[in-house]
Ligand binder design. Structure first.
Ligand code: HEM
Length: 458
């Protein structure tokens, strides 16, 4: 039954085929009593222990197995060696696009530019199927239609969550073929609920095409090293099980990675830039710290390790990540078999438990004046208690896959833009209410009528 429950709760990551197979097999074993008989008879009364072990391992192992090929691409070492030059190229291009606004004398939206940057970085890792000029950083004003569509998508997340049961049901019906690429929700219903859906569909189509190419044109020769292979192609050629490599499943993974790789990183960059630009003492101290390491940019690109060693830069980033929370809502976890002891409370197995990053990061017993953007708190001698409560990327086996990628981006972009001779930017009609989160969707958002983090480039 545990497997049945698990399978039904993971229909988002398992292919329909795998789910059906699991359900049928489990049902057969359950009804015939075959599994029980086998373990009781063959191993002498060991069924109960086998069940216990399955509970412990199955969900965890499958997730670890599915995640393994991704980990190679998103490890600290991989970002540091393989992708750092690509990130630096994109940061340089971002800077040049920002400089264009100086000549134009009009306000620009940093939050949109940063999302374009993050989206292009993740796309650069996922596929080599990009033509020159592809990418959001090339678009006029960094693609307002796409960016607003993305925000619309976040704001409509409750619809997606609420209709999850519906999408699963209609997906199983063979005659209903006109599905939105946003999930399995019929196109017309979705567009009625969410008019910007056509924008998401447009970019979904792009992902589908990239995955299709990766799956059908597996042109990796023996000489190609995994150093140069794009993620989608590596996945298509990986030793994931065939069920884990269907086009449909890879498209779902790709969408998760694109969204994950774009939204939170772009948003954090906008958030941190607001505080750097609105607090002259932060800007001055950061600029001073960056002076040496960025002195010959772009001819000499600092390494990520060098940026990681800058205490104030890292404190500023950490404070921004604390106050952007990652996910603002609870992320429940279940201990399937073992009771959890918390102080005098025993939480029975199977009870969903979730803590909320927003509440943890706002705890005044851990973070003094928790609402204040105060990077200095991370420079204190003892930060152990704060570190323990800091869960922006969550912790453990389900933690963020892209943590190192986003830390690299969030270190590099401020280093480039806020170095002493970086582009001169001043906030334009932007205040704290444009970044402070007052809405809790899948990710937190500021007020709906915010016009973003806008700057004039001088
Ligand atoms: C500031 C930036 C980011 C933040 C705050 C963030 C936060 C998170 C959090 C809290 C989770 C756990 C969700 C859960 O427990 O259900 C997560 C998972 C995930 N994130 Fe991120 N993320 C960021 C950037 C990225 C980037 C750049 C990528 C691109 C690869 C990414 C891809 C993912 C994926 C694929 C998962 C699911 C991991 C799994 O289930 O094994 N994220 N992220």
């Amino acid at each position: 039954m545990a497997v049945l429950n698990w399978a039904s709760s993971r229909t988002d990551t398992l292919s329909p085929g795998t789910t059906a197979l699991l359900v049928i097999t489990t049902w057969l074993l359950y009804v015939t009593g075959l599994a029980e008989f086998y373990y009781e008879y063959r191993y002498g009364g060991k069924y109960i222990f086998e069940i216990e072990q399955m509970h412990k391992e199955f969900v965890h192992d499958l997730h670890q197995q599915q995640r393994k090929p991704f980990d190679l691409f998103f490890s600290h070492m991989s970002i540091n060696t393989r992708y750092w030059p690509m990130l630096a190229d994109k940061a340089l291009f971002l800077e040049s696009r920002i400089q264009e606004y100086k000549a134009q004398g009009k306000a620009m939206r940093l939050d949109r530019a940063f999302s374009a940057f993050s989206a292009d970085c993740i796309e650069g890792i996922c596929t080599d199927d990009l033509k020159p000029g592809d990418g959001f950083l090339y678009q006029p004003d960094f693609g307002p239609e796409w960016y607003d569509g993305l925000l619309g998508l976040i704001r409509n997340a409750p619809i997606g969550e609420w209709t999850a049961w519906l999408s699963r049901t209609v997906h199983r019906h063979p005659r209903l073929t006109n599905y939105s690429s946003l999930g399995y929700i019929p196109q017309r219903l979705l567009l009625w609920l969410f008019p910007q859906g056509h924008i998401a569909n447009k970019y979904d189509e792009r992902t589908r095409t990239q995955i299709h190419k990766a799956v059908t044109q597996q042109h990796l020769s023996k000489d190609d090293s995994s150093e140069h292979i794009a993620l989608f192609q590596a996945l298509a050629q990986s030793n994931l099980s065939p069920a884990d490599k269907t086009e449909e499943r890879l498209v779902k993974e790709a969408k998760l990675i694109f969204l994950g790789g774009t939204i939170s990183t772009g948003r954090t960059l906008g958030f941190v830039s607001y505080y750097i630009l609105s607090r002259p003492y932060i800007k001055a101290r950061l600029g001073g710290e960056l002076r040496d390491v960025m002195t010959a940019w772009p001819e000499v690109v600092p390494t990520w390790i060098e940026l990681e060693k800058l205490p104030y830069l890292q404190a500023v980033i950490k404070e921004a990540l604390r106050l952007t929370y990652g996910f603002m809502r609870r992320l429940p976890r279940v201990s399937p078999d073992v009771a959890i002891q918390y102080k005098e409370y025993t939480i029975p197995p199977g009870t969903p438990l979730g803590m909320n990053a927003y509440l943890m990061h706002s705890n005044p017993e851990v973070y003094q004046d928790p609402d204040q953007f105060a990077p200095e708190r991370w420079l204190a001698e003892d930060t152990k208690t704060m570190q323990r409560s800091y869960v922006t990327f969550t912790k453990g086996s389900r933690s963020c896959l892209g943590q190192d990628l986003s830390m690299a981006e969030i270190s590099l972009v401020p280093a480039v833009l806020f170095r002493p001779d970086g582009p001169g930017m001043e906030l334009f009609e932007t205040d704290e209410s444009d970044v402070k989160h007052v809405h809790n969707f899948v990710v937190p958002l500021p007020k709906f009528d915010s016009l973003g983090v806008r700057v004039m480039v001088r």
